[in-house]
Write a protein that binds this ligand. Sequence first.
Ligand SMILES: [Zn+2]
Length: 281
Amino acid sequence: MICYCSKVDTNIFKRIIPVIAFIIFLTPIITYPLLDLEQKKINEQLLAQELAEKQAEKIAQDRNYLLGKFDPSKNENFTVIPTEYSISGYKMYLRKETLDAFLKMAEAAEKEQIILKIASATRNFIYQKGIWNNKWTGIMLVDGKNLNTTVPNELQKFIKILEYSAAPGTSRHHWGTDIDINDATPPYFDSEKGEKEYAWLTKNAPLFGFCQPYDLKDNNRETGYNEEKWHWSYKPLAKDFTQEYKNIIKESDISGFDGDKYISNFDLINDYVLDINPDCL
Ligand SMILES: [Zn+2]
């Protein structure tokens, strides 16, 4: 009996080899595009993740800025106000554009014998917290009175401080766009000098980009702070910050000062930050 085993084996081997070779040849052609596609998908996911992280970081930075949680002396967009324009002589900061516009306005005013100086400029969260807490604890008097004795009810005290002072995190003074000019009290602007300066500002400040956010409360503005004839806002920047505040800041972002447990009794964002003279929007 003749055995064909080896013959058969050889034939199979001969047939298999080209098949294997063909598979080896095809494998990269088929798998490479698939791997390439998979890698592309991974790269796209990584890129999307990176973009989302960058966007979240940007929003966090913007949020901190709007809440005043930064140091203006270390921010490249800010500059020191020349001492001759600072009423207290203290070092104060403004956004460069705001200061440029103010200096042009002060120069124009001076030609008409009106002297404009800055009583208050950028106040960051820490600074505003100092003002607020001092009023809250009675260290700083309000209308010449210690609120702890005149307004012992804490909620009423919160309301009283809000008449003229912003809660930390809600002040336009955080942004480097807002200034108090010459004084920050109503009696000053009832004086002849104050009245004259206010009349000049009302007529001319808009020509230099400034608006008065806390104008007389009327049908346009029913809530928010009392009228502040001294407070002027550099609209070309402040308008955008107001819009960003509306988009980014939530009530839960506002805290970290005395009496902050009463925040939920108010709508600080809509009634105080956003309810301003429409001319500033
Ligand atoms: Zn002010």
